[in-house]
Ligand binder design. Structure first.
Ligand SMILES: Nc1ncnc2c1ncn2[C@@H]1O[C@H](COP(=O)(O)OP(=O)(O)OP(=O)(O)O)[C@@H](O)[C@H]1O
Length: 320
């Protein structure tokens, strides 16, 4: 049986889970999808904490009943493909369920019995929640070293999705709520590949409907539905700026573009005052991150920097 060193060598049940999981099993480990187990709700459904018999945890995302998911065979194929996406900075998809259930629903003033397909996705559990909950509050904000490692990790995860897959995966919804943090504050990109399950247009509509999500969407994607890895780069830029500055949507003052605001406000003196006791190396890292963030959010998508350049810069490698 598989063991897990982090659990003191005790057997890991998680690593022995079958890919396809019965609905009854998921109900059992989430206490019947009870409100006490609810971790949060997003554009595609509600996430619950599932606890296995030995105490290991998983996150179970129950897709909304009316989600227009792909037909069963396609759903299974896509999910199995997504389960093969494995990287330290990507949340691991560990299982799924796609099962019909009888349900009584009200229709035109009458109750009728219908078959409803329940679709659920199971992910590795991230104990430190999401980035949105910690970066904007000065009391919970990590120190600069941790922030920099979070930025680097997110960029490495996105590099993997864009450059290391047979077919690039465009995330389409990169934002702080979709960056989860493990025990060691290692960032994990979640919700990747949902467009393959829901279709690209449905993903855009669901995302637009989430309050605050528009601030992360590249203009060509938000207004014209144009999709490319460059739209993720725009969202990444907003994310980098937010983590670096601690300011939501790198907020600006009236009548000034957010980019101009950052350029004018984030002078060396301002950075030094925001982060007390930064050494020269860290000050340079803050400036590099601001510079990268600004290059990502160019309105002209062709001028945005590439994920390869970003990772090189963050690792101190500069193009010749
Ligand atoms: N693997 C996980 N481990 C721990 N908590 C999780 C996990 N996945 C999701 N959550 C929690 O559940 C919340 C809801 O997640 P979900 O992915 O449904 O929506 P979201 O990311 O907040 O928004 P959106 O659907 O618009 O991307 C998250 O914000 C997060 O706090």
């Amino acid at each position: 049986m598989a063991t897990d060193a982090s659990r003191g060598g005790t057997p890991s049940l998680l690593s022995t889970l079958p890919k396809e999981l019965p609905l009854d099993f998921l109900k059992e480990i989430t206490d019947g999808f009870s409100p006490e187990r609810k971790l949060g709700k997003g554009a595609f459904g509600t996430v619950y904490k599932g606890i296995l018999q030995n105490g290991e945890m998983i996150a179970v995302k129950k897709l909304a009943d009316n989600s227009p998911v792909a037909p069963e065979k396609q759903f299974q194929n896509e999910v199995v493909n997504l389960m093969a996406v494995q990287h330290e900075n990507i949340v691991k998809l560990v299982g799924y369920c796609h099962q019909a259930q009888k349900k009584v629903i009200e229709h035109n003033g009458r109750y009728i019995l219908v078959d409803v397909v329940e679709s659920l996705l199971c992910y590795e559990y991230a104990p430190n929640g999401n980035l949105d909950k910690c970066i904007f509050d000065t009391s919970s904000r990590p120190d600069w070293k941790t922030c920099f490692n979070i930025i680097k990790g997110i960029c490495q995860g996105l590099h993997f999705l864009h450059k290391e897959m047979d077919k690039p995966i465009v995330h389409l919804d990169l934002q702080p709520a979709n960056i989860l943090l493990d025990d060691n504050m290692v960032p994990k990109i979640s919700d990747f590949g949902l467009s393959r399950l829901f279709g690209e247009e449905q993903t855009r509509i669901n995302t637009i409907n989430v309050v605050g999500a528009k601030g992360y969407m590249a203009p060509e994607y938000l207004y014209r539905g144009e999709i490319s890895t460059r739209s993720d780069i725009y969202s990444l830029g907003v994310l980098i700026m937010e983590i670096t500055t601690g300011e939501k949507n790198f907020s600006s003052e009236k009548d000034m573009s957010a980019r101009d605001f950052v350029r004018q406000t984030w002078t060396d003196e301002h950075i030094a005052s925001k982060y007390s006791s930064l050494d020269a190396g860290s000050l340079q890292e803050v400036k590099t991150c601001i510079d990268i963030g600004l290059k990502c959010v160019d309105i002209d998508q062709r001028k945005r920097t590439s994920i390869v350049e970003i990772v090189d810069k963050l690792n101190g490698r500069h193009a010749p």
